[in-house]
Design a protein. Structure first.
Lengths: 313, 244
């Protein structure tokens, strides 16, 4: 539903987005990740036809953003960063305005506004002017505006920014509920958020895509991927350590105190291979008393760091 | 068309939701009526007509109209709502025209509220209603021209005060070119034909001409082309600056 083809944006001579290409299908929630200034918002502004790309193009439900921007806008719900809206209107006036612009007749308008106020839980705020609302409610108004016409494509720029944990949870649930029928792109710099809601993530750094895959795929890039962690009450003795290291596929093992009175041993595989069963059978052979043992999936912050920061130094 | 209607409605709502609108209307009435009576010595003039009332409009509009239009775009840019506006299915032209029309309607309302002046001259004597009508029309057209220039300067800066000042400067220049005192000075230094050409670019020249009671197509074309030109430049500026 979204096809981005070598899209590029220059501000003067500054290359903000550099030849970015990707696709998003119906049912996907694509997380757009990257440090501040990476070019996330700029890319989204191009897709929503607010600014025109310097080169390259994209199409949304088959409509080209350069040739047919109005049709693209009709098919997109866009939530700009920090959810701007007309502050001196009430919520219902504002939604009425958006509905009129979207061309609904009076009855349709009423139905849609009624529906969307329910979906975004804005009932209490309905007749309040927007500038008197809390940050969370303002964000909901932004959502309501973007969802009013039930668009096939949603572009959300930092939808949970500035919300408290409960509100974040609500917004994430809302996004997940809607995802079946839509293609959604959301930007965030919160890694847990990406892992919690996205079916796929693109990491962008200095205008370029540096990774594109499911959260599980990205985690495979972590140095901790498939490391086996075990917790024991007493520090494993040297002979056990030697035996672990001698196991085929094991690169090394290190023990440290884990802080809760337990000892934590990390057994590192060669080439991120899966060594859990080998380790487990050795441990049961030796009748080692273990509190806990598991395979690490990897750490997203480390992956993110390596892709976006490590490369810089 | 539905878009234009919705945009105009929103803009008018924004005017009337703010107390500034009412303050503006009061100032508008006080200054237009005040200048007539105090500066223009309306009663002593012994004329049952509104010439004196309209005489001051080019000067008063210099400040009044930029005050109406200065926020039209700078406010959108400042609050970020411009990003919302231009990701809705709205074209640049629709947006530019709607804002302008909304501001013009607002000024039109203020102008209509000066009707007690008309009642006064009707009461005092037997004025030429044709002249009153064309003078109002001229005043409204001239206000439109000022407003188009203000729309343009409003797109230039996120800061309303800067928009206001720029607009006052440009409009002042366009009024000055046709002001008798100034054209007299000019004609001492330049040939008459040049002074005439310069003053034909002035608001006051064309406004004076319409207020004499004859609607000349040249005056209409002048004001309408200032309006179209201003709005066109407005759109170009906005397109270049909207994302900054
Ligand atoms: N209107 C603009 N003019 C000049 N530079 C800009 C403009 N908008 C963004 N930039 C620059 O482009 C880069 C990318 O910005 P942005 O897309 O907002 O990043 P992100 O959303 O990932 O934090 C930043 O370095 C920013 O300073
Ligand atoms: Mg951003």
């Amino acid at each position: 539903m979204i096809e981005v083809n070598q899209i590029t944006k220059k501000y003067g001579s500054y290359l903000a987005v550099d030849s970015v290409s990707f696709q998003v299908e119906k049912g996907e929630i694509l997380g757009f990740l990257g440090p501040n200034g990476a070019g996330k918002s700029t890319t989204m502004k191009m897709l929503s036809c607010f600014i025109t790309p310097t080169s390259g193009t994209a199409s949304i439900v088959g409509k080209d953003i350069l040739k047919d921007p109005l049709a693209v806008r009709q098919n997109i719900g866009y939530l700009p960063e920090s959810a701007p809206s007309y502050q001196n209107m009430t919520v219902s006036e504002f939604l009425n305005f958006v509905a009129s612009i979207r061309g609904f007749d009076d009855r349709e308008k009423e139905n849609r506004i009624e529906g969307i106020i329910g979906v975004t839980s804005l009932e209490e705020a309905r007749y309040q002017t927007i500038d008197t609302l809390s940050k969370g409610y303002k964000q909901r108004v932004g959502f309501a505006q973007a969802l009013l016409h039930d668009p096939p494509v949603l572009i959300l720029d930092e939808p949970t920014d500035g919300l408290d944990p409960n509100q974040k949870r609500e917004v994430r649930n809302l996004i997940k509920q809607m995802s079946r029928e839509k293609a959604i792109i959301l930007s965030t710099h919160i890694l847990e958020e990406m892992e919690a809601v996205c079916t796929r993530a693109i990491i962008i750094d200095r205008g370029k895509i540096v990774a594109n895959g499911s959260p599980a795929d990205l985690l495979k890039e972590s140095n901790m991927h498939n490391v086996v962690t075990m917790k024991t009450k007493s520090s494993p003795d040297q002979s056990l350590n030697d035996l672990l290291v001698e196991l085929p596929g094991v690169a090394g093992a290190e023990t440290e105190e884990s802080g809760d009175g337990l000892f934590l041993t990390r057994i590192k595989p060669e080439n991120k291979a899966d060594i859990l069963s080998e380790v487990k059978s050795l441990l049961s052979d030796k009748k080692v008393d273990i509190e806990e043992i598991y395979r690490e999936k990897g750490f997203m912050d480390e992956v993110f760091w390596n892709l976006t920061h490590g490369g810089r130094n | 068309m539905t878009q234009v209607k919705a945009l105009i409605k929103r803009e008018l709502m924004a005017y009337f939701y703010s107390p500034v609108a009412y303050v503006f209307i009061v100032i508008f009435l006080l200054s237009t009526v005040g200048t007539t009576f105090f500066l223009g010595n309306f009663f002593e003039s012994n004329q049952a007509g509104l010439e004196i009332f309209f005489l001051f409009h080019p000067w008063l509009f210099l400040f009044l109209i930029p005050a109406v239009g200065m926020g039209l775009w700078s406010e959108e840019r400042n609050s970020g709502t411009i990003e919302l506006l231009f990701t809705l299915p709205v074209t640049m032209l629709q947006a530019v025209i709607s804002k302008f029309i909304a501001g013009w309607i607002f000024i039109g309302i203020a102008l209509l509220l000066t009707f007690p002046m008309v009642l006064t001259v009707w009461y005092l004597g037997d004025p030429d209603n044709g002249i009153i009508f064309t003078s109002y029309l001229g005043s409204f057209l001239m206000a439109g021209a000022y407003l188009a220039i203000t729309c343009m300067t409003s797109a230039l800066s996120r800061n309303q005060v800067i928009s206001f000042i720029l607009s006052v400067i440009i409009c002042f220049f366009l009024v000055l070119l046709g002001w008798g005192v100034f054209t007299n000075i000019l004609s001492q230094a330049f040939p008459v034909w040049l002074v005439d050409v310069l003053s034909s670019f002035s608001f006051s020249t064309h406004f004076k001409s319409i207020s004499r009671g004859i609607i000349d197509s040249r005056d209409l074309i002048f004001f309408l082309s200032i309006i179209c030109g201003g709005l066109l430049i407005n759109a170009v500026i906005l397109d270049a600056k909207k994302a900054n």
